[in-house]
Design a protein. Sequence first.
Length: 97
Amino acid sequence: MIIGVCQLTFQLYAADSLKEKRRVVRAIVDRTRSRFNVAIAEVADQDVWASCVIGVTCVSTDTRHANAILDKVTNYITGLSLEMDVIDREIDFIPFS
């Protein structure tokens, strides 16, 4: 079993307050969770309105499959029509037996 973990860091341009940031993050999390079979949550910078760190994880039997899933999720999130840029992306695969 392979656990794929991805951390995405975004710079938000549309958010002028924490309330607006939470609305944007909620939209990203809800849309991604409903489209893909992954676990997703905001994992850092909860009190910083211009930055967002989202963690995504999936479980697979193959590293290539887990990488493909995380690539699709990343492409989907960056393709959303929200005013943000990805400034960092980290991926790691954890073998579990």
